[in-house]
Design a protein around this ligand. Structure first.
Ligand SMILES: *[C@@H]1O[C@H](CO)[C@@H](O)[C@H](O)[C@H]1NC(C)=O
Ligand SMILES: *[C@@H]1O[C@H](CO)[C@@H](O)[C@H](O)[C@H]1NC(C)=O
Ligand SMILES: *[C@@H]1O[C@H](CO)[C@@H](O)[C@H](O)[C@H]1NC(C)=O
Ligand SMILES: *[C@@H]1O[C@H](CO)[C@@H](O)[C@H](O)[C@H]1NC(C)=O
Ligand SMILES: *[C@@H]1O[C@H](CO)[C@@H](O)[C@H](O)[C@H]1NC(C)=O
Length: 806
């Protein structure tokens, strides 16, 4: 018995500090260690918000020494040691008195340490702020993880001039990636890409404008993420430049972090501290606005790899894809470079057989702006195709505004963006397995399949007569077979669900509508008739829209747009059931909605209640947000007005007529485009030669929102209290705002007056949406957040005080 005592003493002395003290108040004594195993116990902060220790990776034998949010299911990592390089099972971290944190491999070989510290470390401390500190006996902090940030900043963290955040390689590979956030000596906070081997920095794609070449006291010198969740650049003269817009969720209830994501986008996220089942990180703001187009360095590869094409998805994040005829160099790295499946040989050109060997694929609104070697101006579209096809150096030619650019490999900074108004003619080798019309990618890429449908049409335009003929036959047969089966199956990239669009014959629709007898309405795109179709024995009411004004020979566009519309699924959108495309008969078949249009509801005899109206306003905002940011192809509506909002049985707002605007445009480019949209709802940029973006819908939505709040039409004589008359609702709304008389807008609507905070918030959002300068208008995501009250709404500027630049 006597010899057992030393053992017990040993256990008491050695284990107790490790297992209990380390867990309770965040303090970890020198000598304490953690070994990387499945069961490794991390060191927790007193509140247990943060943990320090080994995080196991997907490859179960690799671990990263890191700090993470301990209480939320995601356990999001905010800091990592050993610049993100994982360590093997059995590695160990120990707090040493004179070297601080020491990370060693299972054999004891040193892997990393927290810089050499000559002073005596007495303990480590995992602070509730997420900062791990090493402290001396006199409480002086010798080292802290906040001073060596990785890709994330947390509230109370400060970045000094010269500080850097590095993106990860990928979501799960913590090694330093190719994007950086730096606070430069001249005071500017910039985002830039870098060359991986040497770290050479390329041109910035975002900068905070906090530099001052002449006046050092005006330069930014610190980036502060303060305890209330605001990130700002502090100038030497103590002025602040806020990067965080006003927030409505406080740091007391929400975790906040600013992370340079692996794809190069800087995001501020928040997450409720008491996590419920499906709570997740929500992005509050991000920079840059559009990384696909904002990176334009002469060197370097852009947001996506060489030869790749970048598209902005929901949340403003980039997605990369290889064009036809190219495949990923590393099949596991979707954001990496694409390699061509062939290298054009100039010998084939010498033999004069180029056109038999190569074809061109047309890509709409796609460009690689920096790889050109020749420019033809003026040029026709046809000339632009031919010149590339006949030139053995040319990989792709871009046609825009009567000019043509020829480009060579590798192509860099590829992007697809509706504002480009360009066409790309991409060369492919006929018979090549990766080329259209049957792309075979080593990685399953569902998007590609939809695209091939579009491409089939494009190839028609680009190749020789004989090939055309053969293709016409094949496609004809294909569509015959598809229509015969009555169902087009399109893989949906967003969900596993498939889209079933029914392909109707003209005769079927004549029958369904009783010979187009009952007219439901007329719009910019044609007349809508009521009909009944048979589905599994029962009759279903439908609305059949006969399209007129369709440009001839636009079969390709028609099918493309129909597929795009068919892929949308949202409870605030009218659902497309099918279509007819027979000769000149182009029709769309929608579900029938019983409660008519918002126009008749809003301006009818019975004024709808405020609670109904506010629900409708929110529904429309969510529908538009989906169209702009959440469906696989961005859809700009271009004609938002109460006549185009339908109400279903439950008076849920459903947006109609979306996805049609493109079908009627003569040409994609702005100059040839007639103004779409309806008087009173049309954004000012339609009248000026400015690019048309999703912000035109935001404008129209703003007008609509004011109508919904006030129950008055946007144009027409409005009677105002003292006999005064105003013709334009938007002007009047601003008058009321400037005079501080917003209440005038709701008149004697007591229900609305009793809910004044919400009404006022909605009105402010409306006034933000109708700003003349599109860049001042919020995105629909922001609009939705403001309406929901998640984000606070500032007072809007008066639209006339901003003149239109450019
Ligand atoms: C934590 O607990 C240890 C041991 O009980 C004590 O020495 C230390 O002062 C405590 N630290 C803090 C920050 O409360
Ligand atoms: C923990 O962090 C907060 C905020 O940065 C700081 O005020 C506090 O002093 C820190 N606590 C310790 C024990 O270092
Ligand atoms: C992370 O990426 C780097 C560079 O591509 C690679 O060398 C490393 O093996 C990757 N790490 C892991 C854990 O996959
Ligand atoms: C530098 O800027 C500060 C204000 O930020 C101003 O007060 C000061 O006069 C300026 N100095 C010079 C030399 O322009
Ligand atoms: C944090 O910064 C914001 C914006 O600059 C400021 O309004 C707020 O008062 C700051 N919070 C604290 C605690 O200083």
């Amino acid at each position: 018995m006597a010899c057992a005592l030393p053992h017990i003493l040993f256990f008491l002395l050695f284990l107790q500090p490790l297992s209990t003290v380390a867990q309770t108040n965040g303090t970890v004594a020198t000598g304490a260690s953690i070994t990387a195993t499945d069961k490794a116990i991390p060191w927790l902060s007193p509140s247990e918000d943060f943990a320090f220790g080994f995080k196991q990776l997907q490859d179960k034998d690799l671990f990263v020494l890191s700090i993470w949010y301990y209480k939320i299911p995601d356990q999001t990592i905010v800091w990592y040691a050993n610049p993100g390089v994982p360590v093997p099972r059995g590695s160990k971290v120990v707090i040493t008195a004179n070297r601080g944190l020491l990370l060693s491999d299972p054999q004891g070989g040193e892997l990393w340490n927290s810089e050499t510290i000559l002073n005596d470390v007495t303990h480590g401390f995992m602070n509730d702020s997420g900062n791990f500190v090493l402290v001396r006996s006199d409480s002086v902090t010798l080292w802290e993880s906040f001073k060596y940030p990785t890709d994330t900043m947390l509230p109370t963290q400060i970045m000094e001039s010269g500080g850097v955040l590095f993106s990860r390689q990928t979501e799960t590979n913590f090694s330093r990636g190719r994007f950086q956030l730096r606070l430069l000596g001249d005071g500017n906070l910039v985002l830039n890409t870098r060359e991986l081997a040497t770290g050479f920095t390329y041109d910035a794609y975002y900068w905070s404008n906090t530099y001052d070449a002449d006046n050092t006291s005006n330069r930014g010198y610190q980036v502060i993420f303060n305890e209330t969740g605001y990130l700002f650049v502090l100038r030497r003269n103590n002025r602040r430049v806020d990067l965080t817009p006003k927030l409505a969720v406080p740091t007391s209830d929400y975790y906040h972090r600013v992370t340079l994501d692996f794809d190069g986008v800087l995001n501020q996220y928040y997450h409720p501290k008491t996590a419920t089942g499906n709570s997740k990180w929500t992005a509050l703001w991000s920079q840059p606005d559009n990384i696909c187009v904002d990176i334009v360095g002469k060197e370097g590869i852009g947001a996506c790899g060489f030869n790749s094409i970048c598209t902005l998805n929901d949340n403003g994040r980039p997605e990369c894809s290889c064009p036809e005829g190219f495949s990923l160099v590393d099949p596991n790295d979707k954001y990496g470079s694409c390699k061509p499946s062939f290298t054009p040989s100039c010998e084939e050109y010498d033999r004069g057989s180029a056109e038999d060997v190569y074809g061109l694929v047309e890509l709409i609104d796609t460009d690689w702006p920096l790889s050109d070697y020749e420019q033809l101006r003026p040029s026709s579209e046809d000339m632009c195709r031919k010149t590339c096809l006949q030139d053995c150096f040319c990989a792709v030619s871009i046609f825009r505004d009567n000019a043509c650019w020829k480009k060579k490999l590798p192509l860099s900074n590829g992007r697809k963006d509706a504002n480009l108004n360009s066409k790309a003619f991409m060369k492919y080798r006929k018979g090549d397995p990766l080329s259209p019309p049957t792309p075979q990618s080593p990685v399953p890429d569902t998007k590609k399949n939809d695209r091939s449908l579009i491409l089939v049409g494009s190839v028609l335009l680009g190749s020789s007569l004989f090939v055309n003929f053969v293709l016409v036959c094949v496609i004809g047969l294909g569509f015959f077979l598809i229509c015969h089966k009555k169902i087009i199956k399109i893989p949906n990239s967003d969900s596993a669900a498939e889209t079933n669009l029914r392909c109707f014959t003209y005769t079927e629709l004549v029958e369904a509508t009783g010979g187009f007898k009952e007219e439901l309405g007329r719009g910019a795109f044609g007349i809508v008739y009521k009909g009944v179709i048979q589905t599994s024995g029962s009759g279903n009411a439908v609305a059949v829209k006969k399209l007129d004004g369709m440009v001839q020979n636009r079969e390709k566009e028609f099918r493309t747009e129909v597929l795009v519309i068919g892929r949308t699924h949202h409870k605030n959108l009218v659902r497309l059931i099918g279509f007819c495309d027979e000769g000149e008969h182009r029709m769309l078949v929608y579900e029938f909605l019983s409660n008519g249009t918002l126009a008749s509801f809003l301006f009818g005899d019975m004024k709808p209640s405020w609670s109904q109206r506010s629900q409708i306003a929110l529904g429309i905002a969510r529908g538009l947000l989906y169209l702009h940011e959440e469906c696989s192809t961005q859809i700009i509506h271009c004609d938002i007005k109460p006549q185009n909002i339908l109400l279903d049985d439950c008076y849920t707002a459903r947006i109609a007529d979306f996805g049609l605007a493109k079908l009627l445009l003569i040409n994609q480019s702005q100059t040839d485009t007639g103004i779409r949209g309806t008087k009173g709802y049309v954004a000012p940029e339609w009248f000026r030669s400015r690019p048309i973006t999703a912000k035109v819908d935001v404008y129209s939505y703003g007008v609509l929102l004011l109508e919904i709040i006030s129950c008055r039409k946007s144009v027409g004589y409005l009677e105002i209290n003292c006999g005064e008359e105003k013709a334009i609702l938007t002007d009047w709304a601003f008058d009321c705002f400037l005079k501080g008389r917003l209440v005038d807008l709701v008149g004697d609507d007591t229900e609305a007056l009793n809910d004044w905070n919400k009404v006022e918030r909605f009105l402010m959002v409306g006034l933000w949406c109708i700003q003349e300068d599109p860049s001042l208008r919020p995105s629909m995501r922001k609009v939705t957040q403001m309406l929901e009250g998640v984000v606070e709404v500032d007072g809007p500027p008066c639209p006339s005080q901003f003149s239109f630049t450019g």
